[in-house]
Design a protein around this ligand. Structure first.
Ligand code: NAG
Length: 358
């Protein structure tokens, strides 16, 4: 009986409590939505150089940008992958012994409103970061993109890595390009210092056991003029999500044009199925400087179709890369994480909306 109808005094009390609870919730919702609108991400701690870091003349921005002591990191920045980018930046800073010498170059789709939002987000979470945002014109690239097996690969910004040499100031001679779905767990300066030898334009981990043939279509291989591209080259697969690029050599060799030419051919006849990767293989495979595999433990997102869970490759780890369809933040949000997604979470800067609720 009492279960169904509590005595009048208790009921009133209960109502009163409910009312208070409701107000609290309303306040909380109001607070979090306004907080979300401005600062969706937490502020990262400040990171300081250790004692032995080469010093940078910080008297003006130009000196900083063109300093020989700076480590240049180039990434794309967009709303869809922002959470991934924030984690990547955080991880780079956290494991660097000279974090104040790192200069970030962000390539962002050029839309005024989003540009302001992205800049604001970066500045809020990393108030001490040396960074520059470069607007990227989608239109010229859009016309060059042919659809691939995964629509996320067809976004123009995915091709921004082709244009780094032109986008970054001429005084920047070398840069590390990083995708947004990765975390670095080692000093990025070591990767940036990869020797490029006498001729290499880029350095990346090579995978000679991967079936290189499968990256191009039968119509490519059956055309002698095309398949000849790889004669005399020990061409191996490499992942374009982590690259050390000699921007000087890139500019001198006009490699943007070379990549673009393959993309134009792809529009006329289908020579590959993936997005921005195959043109890189066509131009560079077999002629790149090697990097230890620890710097790109890729494929953690699973394959391009289903995004199954993958394990690490044997050997040490300096960089974890969720390439493939599944992204750790999506899987964590949907409560279906892969075991290795737990290694991404410590770098997640997203504000948890109801952290005040407990
Ligand atoms: C490599 O891939 C091609 C095309 O997908 C296939 O025909 C060939 O059998 C594969 N080779 C090996 C060794 O798996």
């Amino acid at each position: 009986m009492s279960k169904l109808a509590p005595p009048p005094d208790r009921r009133r009390n209960h109502h009163h409590l409910q009312h208070r609870h409701f107000l609290l919730h309303l306040l909380l919702i109001l607070f979090t939505t306004t907080a979300n609108a401005t600062h969706k991400f937490k502020e990262a701690p400040q990171f300081y150089n250790s004692q032995n870091c080469p010093s940078i003349d910080r008297s003006n921005d130009h000196h900083v940008m063109c300093s020989q002591a700076a480590v240049h990191v180039a990434m794309t920045l967009d709303t869809a992958y922002l959470r991934g980018s924030m984690a990547a930046i955080f991880s780079v800073l956290q494991h660097s012994s000279c974090p104040q010498n790192i200069l970030f170059h962000f390539i962002a789709s050029s839309k005024k409103k989003t540009d302001f939002h992205l800049r604001d987000t970066i500045s809020h979470s990393f108030p001490y970061l040396n960074f520059q945002i470069y607007p990227f014109q989608n239109d010229p690239v859009s016309g060059l993109i042919s659809t691939s097996i995964r629509s996320a690969l067809d976004c123009p910004l995915n091709y921004a890595r082709n244009y780094l040499a032109n986008l970054l100031p001429p005084c920047v001679k070398k840069a590390v390009y990083l995708d947004s779905d990765l975390v670095v767990v080692d000093d990025i300066a070591k990767l940036a210092a990869t020797p490029l030898g006498d001729n290499a334009v880029l350095a990346a981990p090579e995978y000679c056991n991967a079936n290189f043939t499968s990256y191009f279509t039968p119509s490519f291989w059956s055309n002698p003029t095309l398949s000849m591209t790889f004669t005399g080259r020990n061409a191996c697969y490499f992942n374009t999500g982590v690259m050390v690029i000699d921007l000087q050599r890139w500019r001198e060799g006009d490699y943007t044009r070379k990549i673009t030419e393959w993309m134009e051919l792809q529009k006329r006849m289908r020579i590959y199925e993936l997005g921005s990767l195959p043109p890189f293989l066509l131009v560079f495979a077999g002629n790149i400087a090697p990097v230890d595999h620890r710097w790109n433990q890729h494929g953690l997102g699973g394959d391009n179709y289903r995004g199954l869970c993958r394990d690490l490759h044997p050997g040490p780890v300096s960089l974890l890369h969720w390439s493939g369809k599944g992204k750790p933040w999506v899987r964590l949000d949907s409560n279906r994480p892969c075991p290795l997604d737990a290694l991404w979470s410590p770098y997640d800067l997203l504000q948890t909306p109801f952290s005040l609720d407990s």
